[in-house]
Design a protein around this ligand. Structure first.
Ligand SMILES: [Zn+2]
Length: 160
């Protein structure tokens, strides 16, 4: 169930994804929100330098492990423009973070990459429930997913 509040946080993730694209990075953005609704951490992809592990959800997991007690992590929500990849889903699980809400799914991203003729990812396109046991996940959100789709199209055009 995705609420109005969830949509606001997801829109911020799409904004961060667009910022990443404008800085020459891949368009993915994520935020960490406490049980009280406070935005604790936000980031976007930093893979343009060549390190393809620099995903915002991975940064969030590490930040949470360093700065939050286990019960605070379990009650926090991670919002993200694109569903966690297997690496980030595992990191999320290892640090015991709570709910995940995403604007677009990994399945959608995979379809868009194919449609754009982009190079396939070296990592299998698995969904969060294929990585995490009993995850609390919501998404995708069609209207926001379409915005993420457009960012992927812009990324692809910029590479032409
Ligand atoms: Zn990732």
């Amino acid at each position: 169930m995705i609420t109005e509040k969830d949509l606001q946080y997801l829109k911020r993730c799409v904004e961060l994804a667009e910022q990443a694209l404008e800085k020459g990075d891949e368009p993915f953005g994520s935020i960490l929100v406490s049980a009280q609704g406070e935005v604790l951490f936000e980031d976007h992809n930093h893979v343009a330098g060549g390190d393809h592990t620099q995903h915002p959800e991975f940064a969030i997991a590490r930040w949470a492990a360093e700065h939050m007690a286990p019960d605070e992590r379990a009650e926090a929500t991670v919002y993200t423009s694109g569903e966690h990849c297997p690496m980030c889903a595992a990191a999320h699980g290892w640090v015991g973070l709570g709910r995940i809400v995403y604007a677009s799914s990994s399945k959608q991203l995979c379809e868009w990459m194919q449609e754009l003729g982009a190079e396939p990812s070296p990592v299998r396109n698995l969904s969060i429930p294929e990585i995490l046991k009993d995850p609390n996940v919501d998404g995708p959100v069609p209207e926001l997913a379409e915005q993420v789709h457009q960012l992927q199209q812009r990324l692809h055009e910029a590479k032409q």
